[in-house]
Ligand binder design. Structure first.
Ligand SMILES: [Zn+2]
Length: 247
């Protein structure tokens, strides 16, 4: 393939822009914010689950407390009724009196037990309430951190995208100056060779594969006409000659 030396050198500009695009894509993909946000999201999921558990415990203990308080009330009301009957003086039969007094004693014990249960439930309820409050605050904090990280990621992505757009525009301008067949070969090689299709021959070294040309290869390059498109024997990339090629 033949191409004017100036067009071959233009390929190096194109290559530099393509390398820039690869770097920008890599940077966009590997923004530290991505990992940060992933970790925060995992944390958020975990904290949300803990909060739901604490809130469930909070409402369960509230319901249990109401129920236990109703039980206490029932016992209290029954004891009050019994006391009233006892105080009324209407129960005179000793057996009935003894039975009433025994029931009152048993109701008092029952009330005591139930009140202990109410206290225990209240303690559990207050603990759950405090825990839910603490978790909700922690969740708010985490959410704010995640929002801030997301904003940072979006801003960084926007900056990169703007730069990508500018480099792409420049690339299409440079590509328009390169002859179609040379551009096609360059693009094909670039795809095959990890993003580098054209390399400068610099001080006898291919800057694509970094290998120094041996004497036979050098002589071949020296013998090639200036408009011959030379390829690296080792990596097959387009080898672009410049005044610093060491020929
Ligand atoms: Zn090479």
């Amino acid at each position: 393939m033949n191409a004017a030396p100036a067009d071959q050198i233009r390929l190096l500009d194109l290559q530099a822009l393509d390398v820039r695009l690869t770097q920008l894509a890599h940077r966009r993909e590997n923004l530290p914010e991505h990992a940060e946000i992933r970790a925060l999201e995992a944390d958020l999921t975990q904290q949300r689950d803990l909060l739901v558990a604490a809130q469930t415990e909070e409402s369960d203990t509230a319901r249990d407390q109401t129920k236990a308080e109703q039980d206490v009330d029932q016992v209290r009301q029954r004891a009050a009724r019994d006391q009233q009957r006892l105080d009324s003086g209407l129960v005179t039969n000793p057996k009935d009196l003894a039975s009433l007094q025994s029931e009152l004693a048993s109701l008092a014990r029952r009330q005591d037990d139930l009140e202990t249960i109410v206290l225990e439930i209240m303690e559990r309820h207050e603990a759950a309430q405090a825990r839910a409050k603490e978790l909700a605050a922690r969740l708010d904090e985490l959410q704010a951190t995640a929002t801030e990280a997301t904003q940072r990621r979006d801003a960084a992505t926007q900056d990169i995208d703007a730069e990508v757009a500018a480099v792409r525009k420049e690339r299409s301008e440079v590509a328009a100056e390169v002859p179609a067949d040379l551009l096609k070969l360059y693009d094909k090689l670039r795809e095959q060779q990890g993003g580098i299709g054209a390399a400068r021959l610099y001080q006898r070294r291919c800057e694509g594969c970094r290998l120094e040309l041996n004497i036979t290869e050098l002589n071949e390059v020296r013998a090639a006409a200036p408009d011959t498109v030379v390829r690296c024997e080792n990596c097959r990339r387009i080898l672009v000659r410049t005044p610093e090629s060491g020929l």
